[in-house]
Design a protein around this ligand. Structure first.
Ligand code: 5GP
Length: 210
């Protein structure tokens, strides 16, 4: 009874930000603490960084493999970001949503636009801003996983990514990780309770009124 009343449509939660705003850590923390959230694992042509795990962080594929996936319609969305291709495999997302799970996407503004066209109201988008210009630069440097020229390139591109903040449903400033996490969880909790997502409520209400 309670389970039926709690039945709801899964939602697609997008987190976008420039590199260095803390989005990857936020995604990981959200995943660890919310069993109803599944992370979408993207395919990319970018080389694997130290510590990254195939199939967990990304599916690392060749350019020709990526093109083949595009041609066969395997992606929900795909985009060229920092000279590398990135795409969201469609099938795992559809399976997770069908099971009523929410899917978290760590994708850029181009991918978010494409997902919004396809998913409409099922999409909830959050833009994560760094607390300041200096802090963004510091985080990019501390990370230091990329070559220095790549860091410089990303810093230059951060302003172009940030220029898309107003296309998002929500904006959070990631000054403090714990506070930002609470804010994101609050957004998710409210979105889950939206009437149109609570598909179990009509039957529940008829039970009450019987
Ligand atoms: P990174 O190479 O640092 O992991 O990611 C670079 C950028 O690509 C990030 O802004 C990230 O959100 C974006 N990105 C990762 N996966 C995808 C994807 O599947 N689609 C799109 N459009 N962007 C992605």
């Amino acid at each position: 009874m309670l389970n039926d009343a709690n039945h709801r449509r899964g939602l697609m939660l997008v987190l976008s930000s420039p590199s260095g705003a803390g989005k990857t850590t936020l995604s990981r923390r959200l995943m660890e603490t919310d069993p109803d959230v599944t992370m979408s694992v993207s395919a990319t042509t970018r080389p694997r960084r130290q510590g990254e795990v195939e199939g967990k962080d990304y599916f690392f594929v060749s350019s020709s493999m990526f093109t083949g996936m595009v041609q066969s319609g395997a992606f929900l969305e795909h985009a060229l970001v920092f000279d590398n291709q990135y795409g969201t495999p469609k099938e795992p997302v559809m399976l997770a949503l069908a099971k009523g799970r929410d899917v978290l996407f760590d994708i850029d503004w181009q991918g978010t636009q494409q997902l919004r066209q396809q998913a409409g109201d099922d999409l909830v988008s959050i833009f994560v801003l760094p607390p300041s210009h200096d802090e963004l630069e510091r985080r990019l440097r501390v990370r230091a996983q990329d070559a220095e020229d790549v860091v410089a390139q990303r810093m230059a591109k951060a302003s172009s990514e940030i220029s898309h903040w107003a296309e998002y449903d929500y904006v959070v400033i990631n000054d403090n990780l714990d506070t930002t996490l609470v804010n994101i969880r609050t957004i998710l909790a409210a979105e889950r309770m939206k009437r149109r997502r609570q598909t179990g409520i009509p039957a529940f209400v008829s039970q009450i009124l019987r």
